[in-house]
Write a protein that binds this ligand. Sequence first.
Ligand code: ATP
Length: 306
Amino acid sequence: LMQIYRPLNFIGFVYRELRQGLTDIEEMFKLLDRDPEITDKPGAGQLEITGPVIRFEDVHFHYDPDRPILRGVSFEVPAGKTVAIVGPTGAGKSTISRLLFRFYDVVGGRITIDGQDLRDVTQESLRSAIGMVPQDTVLFNDTIGYNIEYGRPGASEEGIKQAAAMAQVGTFIEALPRGYDTPVGERGLKLSGGEKQRVAIARTILKSPSILILDEATSALDTKTERDIQQALDVVSRNRTTVVIAHRLSTVVNADEILVLREGQVAERGSHFHLLAQDGLYAQMWNRQREASEAAERLAQTQDDP
Ligand code: ATP
């Protein structure tokens, strides 16, 4: 029986290893969520960055020709500044981040970084200039240290620890019995959404890109987690050209400019106080969120003192 069992066991082992490999590849593709037809054009040059200044010029986009998603979106993110994009669900906010990473090409208008059309530069040079903290961070089935190091393969242990500390996740990791060697992902420690996002922020701090895209998670976070993440984001976006896709308005208060996207168009734009004074869509969203968070806090208080 052992003669049959051993090879079967071995096949099981190979299968698990293969599956593991596939999971990572599948996760990479999910992470990339991209159009496979996007390729470098012949003779595409390297993206040359000096600022970097990002410009969307009358950008039109659809996934499906029958359903326009962006209808003439124009804005500029000056070098080192932060632009936040807010708006109702389905308005096309995350689509903007996907276009900037060139997962898809625009169908009208253009997107430039320091004057270079994204379609004219190599994808490799574009993606190495951009750090993306996605909504749902996919962690590799590997150690938490590896997951951070992925931002800059070969980074020193000191560098990894520093990035984790700046991302407000260092103390959490160091309290784990196996510290940075703790396996995470499907087969390891399950991290909460907020913890995963901070691991992604640490990864991005290590990568140190000149452009940053933050796609905030929609999920509600408790006040402390929200504050920790906010602190981590402040560190990573300092002096970097940053686009924040914001779901929680608390993140956008300090943005240099806020764009309110509605049905694929910029409906309002300006600073937080400017937009509140306008008393339009942004002001409505702000008041609604404030009421919701006050109600949640009241509920938490009644649960704390019965
Ligand atoms: P949310 O706040 O809910 O994250 P959003 O403003 O970020 O929304 P997008 O993710 O940009 O919205 O999506 C805009 C629209 O495009 C949605 O109606 C969505 O269903 C559609 N969409 C998104 N991705 C795809 C895709 N890969 N193929 C087809 N349609 C898509």
